[in-house]
Design a binder for this molecule. Structure first.
Ligand code: SF4
Length: 701
């Protein structure tokens, strides 16, 4: 294709489509389109980039932002296509596109539409139709991966011309971010293409190449200085393909003066190319999230996938990542589902292994790309169906009757932690449930065998698979149901909240509410007493109180404030003595707990210690629901330059609760990273999962 010059060009990339849940962050602008903008400008064109993406970086853990998930159209689901699913567009509306096109100062001669996925080709047609209606003589140029994978469908998508090859000169350009005054996140690209030939993937069609690290860091730094983003995102298909280049990049980023920003690797790290040194560099470079591919633990499937590694390397990577200090709650571990011969036992084996390392299981439905080995293999099942029906969430290889089981499986995974697996079993159909229960007996051994494997080969993996003889679990699902149905004990739960903010602004209050409601739902015989310290106006200990309580100096008449102190402390002590369980909700204030909570402890401790002759309280379960900006990993050293502040929140609570005699090891459930708006929904979801797990195990005890 001849690249124009001297033209007015409007250019856009199609936002992704989805149905049901978004499986990964979908709202980011592809960095390649911004490089193309730069290249077209360099050729003397007047270029306007129309951003159709939402900018949202959340995945299925949080609801799609209002107005950025637009219902689009129904598409046939399953291998028969009789069932229908409503597809949604995760991005801005068609009206937005129309408005932008109408509002352009220079009438475009050409509209360029880039699309990443063949199954979204009919979205290109929608934009082309709008553009032609507004600008009858406009030329529509289609490009992107979908054209490279299947050039023929560019015409079906309504293109006058299409670009079926990469444009190397565009790849060389720095991305042009000038279309917007504000960016929440940055983008960067270290490499493209891949040398591997995995059965479901089309990336190897692009010749692998890497970009100059200093050049990449140069545009990142300029972007950082101008827009002050909190994160940089990388969607290179296989960013570990050049480990030395990646290591150099991480070292330089860590020292590059962009301390307020983290890095996220949205696509998979190739497990057999990642070692401990590289992971440590990632931690130093503030890598916030990463995708770790697991894919399958079934020999036949692993063979078919044609990956250059097996689950052995994936499990080793999980273990190394956890040991190196990568934030496991942000490691998304992918595995593939939706083949007619899915081995669900092997899927659950992987699933339990991921949970064991506190990472996030992230199963993906198979997306079929024309020309890929998987597409060729299943041509018979697909019966020449339209490319638009090959979206993974339409489950094109599954019979309709199976789809609900898979949707329930995804729901189960979304709601479940290792501790709550057995409590959420009712979400699974009986067959899946029994497979999962059987895998409980295998997963530890499986992880151990993978970690001890001397090499990562198909033969070695087959040996491990054979060794994992699946044994029938003695615990039946019926037994579990009976247990779940038992009524709980009558319990007094004391809920102490220390936050002056209203609930709509306070995540700790929201966590407390969620906890107490879940508790009572699980054990209707539980009774919750709420102590809202700020609402009660708890004063600090004063001189009169010290003289009275510490030194026994009695006065005829106490001041109103001291009377209030005495009245409150007596009430608090009775409440604590009568409580079977205590829940405390508090935010982090100046790296510690709020002063009012400390005042509560001081008041009670002084009364018990001095007035009641050290007759302290008795041990009982105590749960602390804590919130904070930032992250404070356990074992934090103040000297560590990544975490320059000492966090004393848990230390102080442990000391105070121990001194009162209430608990020697309180349970902490923490929502961190709340200074980053985009992270809050995810932090809440994760805290809720922990609460669910705690309540499921403890509320009826
Ligand atoms: S390693 Fe990743 S990018 Fe490379 S071919 Fe396989 S799936 Fe595609």
């Amino acid at each position: 294709m001849n690249i124009p010059s001297g033209k007015n060009i409007a250019i856009l990339s199609t936002p992704p489509t989805f149905t049901g849940e978004r499986l990964c962050p979908l709202g980011l602008v592809p960095v390649g389109i911004l490089k193309l903008v730069a290249y077209l400008k360099r050729r003397g064109n007047h270029v306007e980039y129309i951003n159709m993406h939402s900018g949202d970086v959340q995945d299925r853990s949080s609801p799609a932002p209002a107005g950025e998930s637009n219902a689009w159209k129904e598409k046939p689901m399953g291998s028969g296509g009789a069932r229908k699913a409503l597809m949604r567009i995760h991005g801005r509306s068609f009206e937005h596109f129309e408005r932008r096109l109408k509002g352009l100062e220079r009438k475009p001669h050409e509209v360029w539409i880039s699309c990443a996925f063949t199954f979204d080709y009919d979205l290109v047609r929608e934009y082309a139709d709008i553009a032609r209606r507004l600008l009858p003589s406009v030329k529509i140029v289609a490009g992107g991966d979908f054209v490279r994978v299947a050039p023929g469908i560019a015409v079906a998508a309504g293109a006058d011309e299409y670009c079926a090859e990469r444009i190397p000169e565009a790849d060389e350009c720095e991305p042009d971010f000038s279309s917007q005054k504000k960016w929440e996140y940055g983008l960067f690209q270290l490499q493209l293409g891949c040398v591997n030939k995995c059965s479901f993937c089309h990336v190897s069609k692009d010749r692998p190449r890497k970009f100059d690290v200093d050049g990449v860091l140069g545009y990142m730094k300029r972007f950082y200085d101008k827009y002050q983003p909190t994160s940089f995102w990388n969607w290179d298909p296989n960013v570990t393909l050049y480990p030395r280049q990646l290591g150099e990049f991480l070292d330089k980023f860590a020292a590059g003066g962009m301390d307020g920003a983290t890095i996220s690797f949205g696509k998979g790290l190739q497990p057999n190319l990642v070692n401990e040194a590289l992971l440590k560099k990632m931690v130093r470079a503030r890598v916030f999230s990463a995708t770790l591919p697991m894919e399958s633990a079934n020999y036949e499937a692993v063979k078919r996938l044609n990956k250059p590694y097996t689950i052995i390397s994936s499990i080793k990577l999980l273990e190394l990542a956890a040991r190196s200090g990568l934030q496991m709650s942000e490691c998304r571990c992918t595995s593939l589902l939706g083949y007619p011969d899915d081995d669900l036992a092997s899927f659950f084996r992987i699933y339990l292994s991921i949970l064991k390392f506190k990472a996030v299981p992230s199963p993906f439905p198979v997306y079929l790309f024309p020309g890929s080995p998987d597409y060729e293999k299943y041509r018979g099942v697909l019966k020449n169906r339209d490319y638009g029906c090959l979206h993974g969430q339409l489950w094109p290889l599954l019979p309709e009757g199976e789809i609900d089981n898979y949707l329930n499986l995804f729901k189960f995974i979304e709601l479940t932690t290792l501790k709550s697996v057995k409590d959420n079993l009712h979400l699974l159909p009986p067959d899946m449930k029994s497979k999962l229960l059987r895998e409980f007996e295998n997963s530890d051994r499986f992880v151990e065998l993978c970690l001890n494997a001397k090499k990562d080969t198909l033969e070695e993996f087959r040996r491990i698979e054979k060794e994992i003889a699946v044994k029938r679990t003695k615990k039946t699902a019926a037994g579990k149901t009976e247990k779940a149905g038992k009524p709980g004990k009558a319990k007094n739960v004391l809920y102490v909240v220390a936050n002056p903010a209203p609930e709509r602004r306070s995540v700790s209050r929201q966590m407390g509410k969620y906890f107490t409601e879940a508790y009572v739902r699980t054990n209707p015989r539980a009774r919750v007493t709420v102590v809202d310290l700020c609402a009660e106006g708890l004063p600090f200990i004063n001189r009169e109180y010290v003289e009275l309580v510490y030194y026994g100096e009695k006065k005829e008449k106490l001041s109103a404030e001291t009377e209030k102190l005495v009245e409150l402390v007596e009430k608090y002590i009775v409440q604590l003595r009568e409580a079977d369980e205590v829940v405390i909700a508090a935010p982090m204030y100046t790296l510690s707990i709020p002063a009012i909570l400390k005042a509560y402890f001081e008041l009670i401790a002084s009364r018990l210690y001095y007035f009641y002759g050290k007759k302290m309280l008795s041990l009982k379960p105590v749960v602390c629901l804590l919130t904070r900006d930032g992250f404070y990993p356990p074992g934090l050293a103040v000297a560590d330059p990544r975490f320059p502040y000492m966090n004393v929140q848990e230390t102080l609570l442990t000391a105070a609760l121990g001194f009162l005699g209430l608990s020697r090891s309180p349970r902490f459930i923490i929502a961190g990273g709340l200074d980053r708006k985009e992270y809050i929904p995810r932090a809440i979801v994760m805290a809720r999962r922990e609460i669910d797990a705690y309540v499921a195990v403890n509320a009826r005890k």
